[in-house]
Design a protein. Structure first.
Length: 501
C-alpha cells in the first residue's frame, strides 16, 4: 500500500489540501428520536424496537423534545444561528439497516447553521473551523456481516441486523470547506474533532465516546494544485472512530491523492474505509455527484419553531466552554499549555478537577492521575475514567502522603490495592500494613544499624562527602521495607554522624 503513496513533503510541495468534516453525535436521551423505545446499550438484539422505529404501516413518529433542546444547545455552543422555523425531511434510500427505507433527517432547513469553532493546535496557534450546519436525524440499525475475512459485506455469507440502534437521536455537524491549513491539515482535523468532543461533553448531551460509536467522523478530503481556486475531487473516509485515526486518515488521503494526481491519474469520488492496523484506506463505493436521495418534507411531523425567548434561555444556561475552562484551569494550576494538552489527551482534566474538589491540592491530583493511574489505564487499554478508583479515593491518597502517613512508594501500593478492589485507601493501608514508620525509636535503631554495617560510607560522610548519605538512606529503607520517611531518615543519619545537611 505504501508504494502507492507520495511522500507527505512532496504532496504538500505541489498541492493544497481542502477538508470537510462530518461528525455524527449520538445524543444521550433515554428514548429514541421519534418513539418511546429505550436507547440503553447492551440489550438483546431487536428488543428495543416498536412499530414506529421499525417503520411498520400505520405508525406515527413524535419528536423527542430533549433531542430538539440538545440540538439547540449544540448549535449555540458552536456559535451558530438557530432557525426560527425548520422541518424534517425524508432521505430515501434502500439499505437493510434502515427498516423504513428512508431516514428521517433535515435537508435544506437545518435547526442550526453558519457557526464556527476555534481550536487550539499543539503549538498554541488558534485555527477557526467554520460550521456549515448542525441538523437532527436518526441513527440506523447495526449490521453484522458473517463469514467473510474482513467483517465487511463483501465476501460475507450472511448478515445479521440489530435494530436497537435504529432511531437513536443523532446530530450531524458539518463543516464548511477547511482551507489554508496546509501541512497542518491532519493536525487541524484531529484538534477540531477533539475540541468538538469536549464541547459535546461539557453540554452533557452525550458521552461522545468515539470507541463506543457515540461520536463518529467522516473525513472528506481533496487536493488542488497551488494557486488554483477550484476544489479537486474529494474522497470520503467513513466512520472514523478515534482522534488519532482522524489525523491518520487525513494524512493518508493527502498522500494517496497526491500520488494519483502526480502520475496523471484521476481521483474517483467515492466513500472509503479506514484501517486501524496500518492507517490506510480502501475503496468503498462510488459516490456520484448526481446521487439523489429524493428528499421531501416529512408529512407526519410538524415543523420545529424554537421560540426566541427559549433559545435565549438556553444560551444563558450554557456551561463554560472547554477552551475557556482549560485556560482558566491552566492559570490556576500554574502549568504550561503543553502540560494542559497532555492532560487533555489523557482524559485527565475532569478527574483532576474532581480530585481537587474532593480536597486534594492541584499538584498532587495531577501527579497521581498523570502518573500511576495513567500508566495503569494504558496497560489495561481503558480510559482513565473507567479505572475502578474515584477522585475521592485519589484525594485521600494525596492527603495520606501530605500528612506523612505514606511515602510515594507506599502510595503506589495503596493505589494498586484500590484498583484491585481491596477497598478505600485507609482499608488498603491497614490490610497491607503500609503506614510509614514514624516511631523515632524504631527509626533510630534502623539508622544505627545502617551506620554500623556501612562504616566506610559513614566515614566518607564525616569527611564531607554528604552525597554518600543516599546509600545509608537506602539501607534503612530496605530494613523498613520502604516504609520509612526518607527525609527524616536522612536527617537522623546526619545528626548521628555530626554532619550538617
Amino acid at each position: 500500500m505504501t508504494s502507492e503513496l507520495l511522500s507527505y513533503e512532496d504532496a504538500l510541495a505541489s498541492y493544497d489540501p481542502v477538508m470537510g468534516l462530518e461528525v455524527h453525535v449520538e445524543l444521550g436521551t433515554r428514548t429514541k428520536m421519534f418513539c418511546g423505545c429505550s436507547t440503553e446499550l447492551g440489550a438483546e438484539p431487536n428488543s428495543q424496537t416498536c412499530p414506529t422505529c421499525l417503520g411498520l404501516p400505520g405508525s406515527l413518529p413524535v419528536v423527542n423534545a430533549i433531542g430538539v433542546e440538545s440540538a439547540v444547545k449544540i448549535g449555540l455552543a458552536l456559535n451558530c444561528e438557530i432557525a426560527e422555523w425548520c422541518r424534517f425531511a425524508r432521505k430515501n434510500y434502500f439499505y437493510p439497516d434502515m427498516p423504513k427505507n428512508f431516514q428521517t433527517s433535515q435537508y435544506d432547513e437545518p435547526i442550526a447553521f453558519n457557526g464556527y469553532l476555534d481550536v487550539q493546535l499543539e503549538d498554541g496557534e488558534i485555527f477557526r473551523v467554520e460550521i456549515e450546519r448542525a441538523h437532527m436525524e436518526e441513527d440506523t440499525g447495526k449490521s453484522t456481516h458473517v463469514g467473510g475475512a474482513t467483517g465487511r459485506i463483501h465476501g460475507a455469507s450472511h448478515s445479521l441486523l440489530d435494530y436497537n440502534r435504529a432511531g437513536i437521536p443523532l446530530i450531524e455537524i458539518v463543516t464548511k470547506p477547511i482551507e489554508g491549513a496546509g501541512e497542518r491539515a491532519p493536525e487541524v482535523a484531529k484538534a477540531y474533532v477533539a475540541e468538538l468532543r469536549e464541547v459535546i461533553k461539557a453540554l452533557n448531551v452525550s458521552e461522545a465516546r468515539m470507541d463506543k460509536g457515540q461520536m463518529r467522523c467522516d473525513v472528506n478530503l481533496s487536493l488542488r494544485p497551488h494557486g488554483v481556486e477550484k476544489f479537486g475531487t474529494r474522497s470520503e473516509t467513513k466512520n472514523v472512530n478515534s482522534l488519532r485515526s482522524v489525523e491518520r486518515a487525513a494524512r493518508f488521503e493527502i498522500q494517496r491523492h497526491a500520488a494519483v494526481l502526480s502520475s496523471g491519474g484521476t481521483i474517483v469520488q467515492e466513500t472509503r474505509h479506514f484501517h486501524e492496523d496500518d492507517g490506510s484506506t480502501t475503496s468503498g463505493r462510488i459516490k456520484d455527484n448526481a446521487e439523489d436521495y429524493r428528499y421531501f418534507p416529512e408529512p407526519d411531523l410538524v415543523p420545529v419553531a424554537p421560540a426566541r425567548a427559549w433559545v435565549e434561555e438556553l444560551r444563558s444556561g450554557l456551561p463554560e466552554m472547554p477552551r475557556v475552562r482549560r485556560n482558566r484551569l491552566r492559570e490556576e494550576w500554574g502549568v504550561s499549555e503543553h502540560d494542559m494538552q497532555s492532560m487533555l489527551n489523557a482524559g485527565a482534566v475532569d478527574p483532576i478537577v474532581a480530585t481537587i474538589e474532593a480536597g486534594a491540592d492541584a499538584a498532587g491530583a495531577r501527579k497521581w492521575w498523570m502518573g500511576e493511574l495513567a500508566r495503569n489505564a494504558n496497560e489495561q487499554g481503558v480510559a482513565l475514567d473507567e479505572l475502578p478508583v474515584t477522585p475521592a479515593q485519589v484525594a485521600r491518597v494525596v492527603a495520606l502522603v501530605s500528612e506523612g502517613s505514606l511515602n510515594d512508594k507506599l502510595a503506589r501500593q495503596v493505589i494498586e490495592g484500590v484498583l484491585a478492589g481491596e477497598g478505600d485507601p485507609d482499608a488498603v493501608v491497614e490490610k497491607r500494613g503500609l503506614k510509614v514508620v514514624s516511631d523515632e525509636g524504631a527509626l533510630g535503631s534502623a539508622v544505627d544499624e545502617a551506620i554500623a554495617s556501612n562504616a566506610a560510607i559513614a566515614d566518607k560522610i564525616r569527611g564531607g562527602k554528604v552525597a554518600a548519605v543516599g546509600a545509608l538512606v537506602g539501607a534503612v529503607m530496605k530494613t523498613t521495607r520502604g516504609q520509612a520517611d526518607a527525609a527524616r531518615v536522612k536527617e537522623l543519619i546526619l545528626e548521628r554522624l555530626g554532619v550538617e545537611g
